[in-house]
Design a protein around this ligand. Structure first.
Ligand SMILES: [Zn+2]
Length: 115
């Protein structure tokens, strides 16, 4: 039997959760999967699963088994609400900063702005 949360709603299975994420995305021309529902105040998609909220991109990385080493789930596309597993990789924050630096080297430096 699946575990239940407070109201007795059955906890979604990973399979159902994948379907839920796919049902609430907008696919852009760049192939990004934009989360259409609730966003965290830093721009990441968030979704409730069981007792707590999850970042959608982190959840997607687990549900679709994005490969890589590292504690963080990072975007190749810099779109925070994107959760296309093909745009995600695991790594460290340091690596992320270095990658971002490399990507932005050709364009005007964004004065440490929150992207
Ligand atoms: Zn993307």
């Amino acid at each position: 039997m699946p575990r239940t949360q407070g109201g007795g709603t059955p906890l979604k299975t990973p399979e159902q959760m994948r379907a839920h994420l796919l049902a609430n995305r907008t696919v852009t021309e760049d192939g990004c999967w934009l989360w259409n529902r609730s966003l965290h105040d830093r721009g990441y998609g968030q979704v409730g699963w069981g007792p707590r909220l999850h970042f959608v991109h982190r959840l997607a990385a687990d549900l679709w088994e994005v490969p890589g080493e590292g504690p963080m789930v990072l975007h190749t596309c810099d779109v925070r609400r994107c959760f296309n597993p093909d745009h995600l990789y695991r790594g460290t924050g340091k690596q992320n900063a270095a990658d971002r630096e490399a990507r932005n080297a050709w364009c005007l430096r964004r004065r440490g702005a929150v992207a």
